[in-house]
Design a protein around this ligand. Structure first.
Ligand SMILES: Cc1cc2nc3c(=O)[nH]c(=O)nc-3n(C[C@H](O)[C@H](O)[C@H](O)COP(=O)(O)O)c2cc1C
Length: 330
């Protein structure tokens, strides 16, 4: 670290708390919240909590790294909103592979309007799994979303109609394959539903209804224990807008960056009043993942997003900051 940076002040305890509250509002696969934080001096380590990795759909930790990357992105935004330029190091220490990102509050600099908008979106952003009013996204808004992904080293590509239909068919096939895998059903049952007081996992209030026309394969969080839930169906949009987030490589570094890009895209979408649903089943099936792409998407697809205007989706629970902050040394 440069001598100039080391002379800078750490965040106050209140600011640290606010930054971590922002971090844990991030997206995470099945709301596993697979992160831990350690504050030492001015630095904050954002660490992977391997105990929360999904063994069936995430054997190599790709989605875990994306979730941690998303939390690190929110942390950076919150730090920037408090007038400090965040400096991050990704995979800073090979002796500590659990530390995926270290974020340091750099020089003082007042936040601009863009950061203030992203900050305000952190608490408003939720995954929406409802039918949408319209999938027509203005060109200017699409360009903002593409720029958000590019700013974090990823690529976001809008699907043309032919590749959209292909991707929907692939996702339906993946959903079917997953549904017939008992280990997948057990895993989803462990993370979806459950008591209302639970502070992680996907609550029943966030489950998607089934598409009455059986075209749009949103992830079915009931599939672990269908007998527990009343089947709900709804009429979804006929021509969903899909986008693919991809990265140039497929290493742990790329996954962390993909998570940062995903969170930046989602916050930018929230600023524009868009609702977004990740629908990644095709990426959970290794034999199908490499088929996701096309339309100039990068070689490694990391997320499939459905976007449009409609209900923003319900808030989902989070663990408290003191449950995920494992160390604080001055
Ligand atoms: C890597 C990753 C993959 C995800 N895949 C899906 C998915 O396939 N289907 C879905 O409905 N949500 C998916 N999500 C969204 C999470 O379920 C959601 O972020 C989590 O339940 C917390 O809810 P929130 O986004 O409303 O805060 C994914 C999130 C991440 C980070």
């Amino acid at each position: 670290m440069s001598p100039v940076l080391t002379t800078l002040r750490a965040l106050s305890p209140e600011s640290l708390d606010a930054c971590l509250t922002a971090a844990i509002a991030a997206v995470s696969v099945h709301n596993t919240q697979p992160w831990l934080f350690r504050a030492h001096g001015p630095e904050i380590d954002v660490m992977a909590d391997e105990r929360r990795r999904l063994r069936v759909i995430d054997p190599d930790g790709r989605q875990l790294a994306m979730s941690v990357g998303a939390a690190a992105f929110n942390l950076r935004v919150a730090m920037r909103a408090r007038g400090r330029l965040p400096v991050q190091r990704i995979l800073p220490d090979s002796a500590h592979p659990e530390t995926l990102v270290t974020v340091f509050p750099g020089p003082f600099s007042p936040p601009g309007a863009g950061i203030r908008e992203l900050t305000a979106a952190i608490g408003r952003r939720h995954t929406s799994r409802s039918p949408l009013r319209t999938s027509a996204i203005p060109w200017r808004v699409q360009q903002d979303l593409l720029a958000a992904a590019a700013a974090e080293g990823a690529r976001l590509t809008a699907c043309a109609p032919v590749s959209r239909d292909g991707l929907l068919a692939l996702t339906r096939a993946a959903a079917e394959t997953l549904h017939h895998n008992p280990a997948y059903r057990d895993e989803i049952a462990a993370w979806a539903g459950g008591p209302a007081a639970r502070t992680d996992g996907v609550p029943v209030t966030a489950f998607a209804p089934r598409d009455a026309a059986a075209r749009l394969p949103l992830r079915d969080f009931r599939s672990g224990r269908p007998e527990l839930y009343r089947p709900v169906t709804a009429r979804f949009e006929r021509f969903p807008a899909l986008m693919v987030l991809s990265t140039p490589g497929d290493t742990r570094y790329d996954w962390i960056r993909a998570g940062q890009a995903l969170q930046r895209v989602l916050l930018t979408a929230t600023v524009h009043g868009l609702a977004v649903t990740p629908m990644n089943q095709a990426l959970d099936v290794p034999a199908l993942r490499h088929l996701v792409g096309g339309d100039g998407a990068g070689p490694h697809a990391q997320a499939v997003l459905r976007l449009g205007y409609g209900s923003p989706g319900p808030a989902t629970p989070r663990r408290r900051v003191d449950e995920v902050l494992v160390g604080r040394t001055p």
